[in-house]
Design a protein around this ligand. Sequence first.
Ligand SMILES: Cc1ncc(COP(=O)(O)O)c(C=O)c1O
Length: 376
Amino acid sequence: MLTPETRLRDFPSLADRVYLNTAAEGVPPPAVPAALSQYARDKDLGMDGRKLHQEQWEAAKSLVAEFYGLTPAEIGICSCSSEAYNLAAMALRLKPGDEVVINDLDFPAGATPWLQDGCPATVKIWRNREGALRSPDLVPLLGPRTRLVTVSLVSFFNGFLINLPEVVAAVRKYTPALLAVDVTQALGRIPLDLTGADLIVSSTHKWILSTHGGGLVGVPKAREREWTVPAGGWFNLEDAFGPNRFDRAVSKPGAASFTVGMPNYPVVYATRAALDYVRGVGVANIDRAARPLVLACLDELKKLPVELLTPAEPDHIAGILAFRHPAAERIHAHLHSRNVHVMSHAGRLRVAIHGYNTAADVERFLRELRAALALP
Ligand SMILES: Cc1ncc(COP(=O)(O)O)c(C=O)c1O
């Protein structure tokens, strides 16, 4: 785990800054800018650089595979989570009468492809109760016509961590539907067991501490037929330059069909370096260090005159806490002026605690929050 020395070495910008906004943007360790410099040097080689880009591509996929519990062949990399879901929507080839289940704690990326006018499926919404998504509320929404259930493992909105085994069991029992799991707010922060997920998606710029520009897609081999994207492109196609290329386009199966054109190699380099770093520190160690801080922060927030949006159930908490207050904007401005960084959005304040945060960070945040609440 990070010591005070390695923390300062790897995250010098956190020396005097209370940074509790990793759910929006992670702070990369030096290996990430170094990887971007490496990309620039390799790019300088022109076409000869391609072999080096390819090596990084393979290394990045191997690391993502390790984090997802899959094999490298089951990993695809596109440009963001939203792109991954739009490609997934193409792969599903939904028809009128098909049903898709979304939920009201989800980030728009995974929920909105099915809400566009052009989508023929009927959308059902798994609604939260007091900030929690309960499996018994999902069951009545499932049936023979359900084609997809899409969830985030950890909600961007309030940090609620779903009980994945329960959701998998419900989906398997009541419907032939596929289950898509967005792990953007979990990957790199909590140990993952994604058994039963039929599609896994993550962005790259949050808890894994990489840059913008990546969508990490996992498609288990057993599901590659269902998740083969019928998109134009070339990187995604079998024999894209063969003699019959103007007769017919045939996608590579599964994960490989999610990278339609030239990969975004800068983020591939950055993500290889970032995942390597996170693996070196150890996700279990990160969670062991950060979880007590989250629970301590939650205990203190409960005592304050704020509306907690995160259910106070330790089994359903990862790295995010959220609360509302009528003066949220003013509170946020006060915190920011004291170099305490949290997320403020739509009247909600969100606190995100990673392995590079300390008990002193949480104390300073709470001190400044109490001061802001006491202001007229
Ligand atoms: C759960 C979740 N998924 C996806 C994203 C981002 O999606 P994209 O990579 O398309 O920007 C976010 C946050 O920005 C998120 O919280």
